[in-house]
Design a protein around this ligand. Structure first.
Ligand SMILES: NC(=O)c1ccc[n+]([C@@H]2O[C@H](COP(=O)([O-])OP(=O)(O)OC[C@H]3O[C@@H](n4cnc5c(N)ncnc54)[C@H](OP(=O)(O)O)[C@@H]3O)[C@@H](O)[C@H]2O)c1
Length: 339
């Protein structure tokens, strides 16, 4: 059996490839889409017997090459970030058009009967189970484009008569973020270097291990109900807890400004104003991309998710988030991503 995966150079996709290889062993061939232009970390696929297919989510012919001979397809590729850290058109091209292109290419193979699409828990009302409804935070480009991509891909699958199952994770933590592309890995890196000048004292978010997401994806492909959105969430990590664990695992020191989130929010508004109208701080201080009104508001939202339906229906239990986070820190240290 041939399986194809997009986004496998990223944190979730890399965990998924490792999990699929562990589950299926020699019985499968995995084809992974990668972008030669951004491929700077060959360790990503070290010791992984996969076939690499060059391409891009916006290049339909490369998706067709990726899917040739496959019977299962996972679309993990996506652009994650806050409003002023990623250009709006890039969000749109990858999260919306990319997802639509993926569904279209899968339908055209004639061999793929089901796809698994990764969306985001940010689009799921946190007190309303797993129904996908517009939520107030859709003003964020990331959420809006993930939501639209998910719906267009579903619509395309419905029209073309193939099945789609969606998997929506909360904040992702875990090993194998080789590029340190995710906000959490970047935050760990900056904090471990003692370079993060500002940090809120309160707030937090619901996280889940990337390997748990991989397990849910594999089960969703095998036994998930078509047109269902499986929420993947494990537990909440509070900011002081995160900070404490990072500082213990590294040689970092507490940020200069470690203040109540209301105060940091006010600074975030100021930073966004300066970024937009005075001086492009993000271009000169990349860590500033992680800091702004949107980030702090996000951490203050007090979102809590209940993924028990996913556990019941797919039989996947989620690992404790503290254990997963500790493992992420140890792995980052081992591969020299933090000191
Ligand atoms: N991180 C989170 O907290 C989080 C939470 C909820 C949902 N998600 C979703 O999970 C998925 C994976 O995210 P992640 O955390 O693993 O992020 P990541 O580490 O940044 O990985 C993103 C992946 O998407 C690929 N990609 C981006 N643009 C592409 C394009 N134009 N063509 C082909 N591939 C492209 C990247 O390839 P390159 O290596 O070439 O850049 C990379 O493999 C995304 O769909 C994201 O929306 C993430």
């Amino acid at each position: 059996m041939n399986i194809c995966v997009t986004g496998s150079t990223g944190m979730v996709g890399n965990n998924l490839v490792r999990h699929l290889l562990a589950v299926h062993g020699q019985d499968i061939k995995i084809k992974c889409l990668y972008r030669p232009k951004t491929f700077k970390h060959p360790q990503i696929f070290e010791n992984l017997p996969v076939e690499l297919v060059p391409g891009d989510m916006n290049d339909q012919s490369s998706l067709a090459r990726l899917m040739e001979g496959c019977s299962e397809a996972y679309n993990v590729a996506g652009l994650v970030g806050f409003n002023d850290s990623v250009r709006r058109e890039d969000f749109y091209n990858v999260n919306v058009l990319g997802s639509l292109n993926f569904a279209r290419a899968a339908a055209q193979t004639g061999t793929i009967r089901r796809i698994v699409q990764i969306s985001s828990a940010t689009n799921i009302p946190y007190d309303h189970g797993t129904a996908v409804k517009p939520v107030p935070t859709l003003w964020r480009d990331y959420n809006r484009t993930k939501n639209l991509g998910e719906h267009l891909a579903s619509e395309e699958c419905r029209k073309e008569g193939i099945e789609i199952v969606t998997v929506s994770p909360t904040g992702v933590i875990g090993r194998y973020d080789w590029k340190c592309a995710t906000s959490i890995s970047k935050t760990i890196q900056y904090l471990s270097k003692g370079k993060f000048p500002i940090f809120p004292k309160d707030g937090g978010y619901d996280f889940v291990g990337a390997m748990d997401i991989a397990r849910v994806c594999e089960r969703a492909m095998a036994i998930g109900k078509p047109n269902t959105n499986y929420l993947v969430a494990s537990g909440r990590l509070e900011i002081p807890q995160l900070l404490d664990m990072i500082l213990k695992a590294s040689s970092g020191r507490k940020p200069l400004v470690y203040a109540p989130s209301k105060f940091v929010l006010a600074l975030g508004y100021m930073k966004d104003f300066v970024q937009k109208y005075v001086f492009p701080l993000n271009n000169y201080f990349p860590m500033m991309k992680l800091f702004g009104r949107e980030t702090v508001m996000f951490l203050r939202e007090d979102r809590r998710y209940d993924a028990s339906q996913t556990t019941r229906e797919l039989g996947v239990e989620f690992e404790n988030v503290e254990t997963v986070f500790q493992r992420q820190l140890e792995w980052m240290k081992k591969v020299n991503l933090i000191k």
